[in-house]
Design a protein around this ligand. Sequence first.
Ligand code: PA5
Length: 390
Amino acid sequence: MVEFDFSGIDYANLDLMSRKDEVLNSFNNSYMTGWTRRIDQSLVDDIISVRDKVINNSKCLVVVGIGGSFLGSYAVSKALAPYFNDEKFKVIYAGTSLSSDYMTELLDYLRNVDFSLNVISKSGTTMEPTIAYTLIRELMEEKYSDDELKERLIFTTDPVKGSLREEANSCGYKTFPIPDDIGGRYSIMTAAHLFPLSFNIDISKFIEGYYSGNKYIDSAYNYAVCRKHLFDLGKYVENFVVYEEKLSYFSEWLKQLFGESEGKNNVGIFPTSTVYTRDLHSLGQFIQEGNKIIFETIIKVNEASKIKFKDYDLHNINNIVLDSVRVAHNKGDVHSLMITLPCINEYSLGEVMYFFMLSAAFSGFLFSINPFDQPGVEVYKKEVRENIVI
Ligand code: PA5
């Protein structure tokens, strides 16, 4: 079970609590909540069978996507991967930047390796993945015949429209759908993330955990209320705190989820993140004594590997420090909310992701904005399209 500690805020008696029915109604009447619907087992089976084919003919899968088509699977795979491993099969991500160094080194690496390519873009028009796909595709055409390309190219995109869908239809490439009623940052339970994840984790446990997160509807609303209350008190920045380096990309996922869902119409809480104890030696000073616009959401982990330091268990030291820092920051008028995972595994990550997605959506309605669109991102994408023809 995930545990929630919102102590220090008398949320049950806040006026925001009286908006619960209105917020839940808005949520239930939203079209973009396809991520609450159970994924078809036939799609999960298809993901596993395509994964097995790829493992048979490739040494590596290149995953191209950005934003909501990237962060979820990257966050979960980082959280669950051993820190040190000599993996036989590699999953490599691309299309998340325009770095020519990264692309040059990637292409050099891929020249001597058999690989498959999964291009993920709901719209099919986003610049970074389009450029990455085009460059990797050129290399694939040098290495592979048209028939081999059909075995090695997998597109994850809108079920009906968009340029990737059209290309897949005309060339006969394998596709997975991102349903129309699921937006990028809410798409963790689609093939956009489950397919890349299927190479490294047991996706059935992740899926099971995710749907069990539905039992946290009340906690998700309470968390949204606490955040909004802190915002109303002038706490405009939420610092997501983790004490496990493995969870650093989980915070990146959270930043996108809350930032894109909430930051519009001149409102919203600015999400940022730190990895403690590392960042206590860099940003800790500011957080303790600087501008009082910050509150923290701590993601604690109950159980981790056992290793002794003198008479202590090292993980206990980590959690004792967590509790002590919490008290210290509280003394500095930096309030914290805490969410505790029993351990880092597929099930608990699935559960807590569903909780956070519910809460981000509820928060949007508490701020009286639409949590499911991203008009600001579209403005930048349009501006770029006017200046670069790709
Ligand atoms: O959450 C979102 O909707 C965005 O971050 C998108 O996922 C991101 O811009 C990538 O879009 P697309 O999947 O259409 O390439």
